[in-house]
Design a protein around this ligand. Structure first.
Ligand SMILES: Cc1ncc(COP(=O)(O)O)c(C=O)c1O
Length: 372
């Protein structure tokens, strides 16, 4: 099929900056942020702190560094332990940095399919402080939205409950809020209210919001003062960083209101896929910008499906041999969703009638960046 249409559903990290972001970057008022502070960074950080309902904020290069710095600030005593989901991004996909770099011990609680951890299991994981051979529990981490459950939202009630437990045990609560704005929009809860119970939140600017680079950490002023030192230790002090913060400011200003469209399109995609007998997806489980679907036809593997879709300029990632992940973002229009669905139908037909030529991946051994 000859077409110029490219539909890239691999991740919301692939977005290119808008013209407005590029213009803001070119015009940004900048200075040395490691020395006296960059004016654009200062303004953006103050704006993010206010939006998130916290005292202060810090711009960092990535979500991984945002989580690492946050965990390390909370767990600044040797022998500290953090409670987190066994299917959480921090635990699985951040190189074990909290242990290898921070010396922080993780204890995992099973992640439920909705992204929560059972409250009683969290409580049971908290170490008794009077037992000399235990590590010291210092922190609980949540992830909202929860990526490995397909972008599910943690409710404000659940978050508040975990916050209460943390408080009553003298612990801190950190939220990996890489996609917290998706959760806020989907739940209809102001973002500041959603994270009220948290002592710190990391927010990615370069995912659904579309900024080219960066994340922000928010928390108390004392927390951010310590985070700033650790950011420098980790090599994340950036000089004329206002160039990046200018784009991030535009991303927050312009993109949050568009997230609902991504969520609506994700549902439309799920509903379209569900009409195909080879696939199954519970469209009620699609809460934000992700669609995870299963392949129920034994003759089709996700690797072959993805490979043939590539030939139609539809880029998607396998999650496992029989499941596929799709992520919506602001480059995907309604007509792109329709185009992708048409291609899914065509590719299934090609695969089942033997028309498709499979050149690579036929053995299913190639892996995406997450190792699937
Ligand atoms: C839930 C979650 N947290 C943290 C990160 C890390 O962000 P970064 O890729 O900017 O390091 C990601 C990245 O995909 C993520 O999905």
């Amino acid at each position: 099929m000859a077409t110029n249409v490219v539909v890239d559903l691999r991740s919301d990290t692939i977005t290119k900056p808008t013209e407005a972001m590029r213009a803001a970057m070119a015009a940004a008022d900048v200075d040395d942020d490691v020395r006296d502070g960059d004016p654009t960074a200062r303004r953006f950080q103050a704006e993010m702190a206010a939006l998130m309902g916290k005292e202060a904020a810090l711009f960092v290069p990535s979500g991984t560094m945002a989580n690492l710095v946050s965990v390390l600030v909370h767990c600044d005593v040797r022998g500290s332990e953090v409670i987190l989901g066994d299917d959480s991004h921090i635990h699985l996909y951040e190189n074990g940095g909290i242990s290898t770099i921070g010396g922080v011990h993780p204890t995992t609680v099973r992640s439920n399919p909705d992204g929560t951890m059972d409250i009683d299991k969290i409580v049971a994981a908290i170490r008794r402080p009077d037992v000399i051979y235990y590590p010291t529990t210092r922190l609980i981490c949540l992830e909202n939205t929860h990526v490995n459950s397909g972008g599910k939202c943690l409710s404000v009630e659940y978050t508040d409950k975990v916050g209460e437990i943390a408080k009553s045990h003298g612990l801190k609560l950190h939220i990996d809020g890489a996609r917290i704005f998706n959760a806020s929009v989907a739940l209809g809860v102001p973002v500041g209210r959603l994270v009220k119970a948290a002592d710190s939140v990391s927010v990615c600017l370069s995912k659904g919001l579309g900024a080219p680079v960066g994340s922000v950490i928010v928390g108390s002023k004392a927390f951010i003062d310590k985070a700033k030192i650790l950011r420098k230790t980790l090599g994340g002090g950036m000089r004329q960083v206002g160039v990046l913060c200018a784009a991030a400011h535009v991303a927050v200003r312009d993109s949050v209101e568009k997230l609902a469209d991504d969520h609506r399109r994700a549902k439309a995609l799920a509903e379209g896929l569900n009409k195909m007998e080879q696939f199954t997806v519970d469209s009620t489980s699609v809460e934000t910008n992700m669609v995870f679907f299963d392949i129920v036809d034994s003759r089709i593997s996700s690797y072959k499906l993805c490979q043939i879709l590539e030939k139609h300029n539809v880029h998607v990632n396998p999650r496992s041999p029989k499941s596929v992940r799709l992520v919506l973002h602001y480059h995907i229009s309604d007509s792109d969703v329709q185009y992708a669905l048409t291609c899914f139908e065509k590719v299934v037909e090609e695969l089942l009638t033997g028309g498709a030529k499979i050149e690579h991946l036929a053995d299913g051994t190639s892996k995406n960046s997450y190792g699937y």
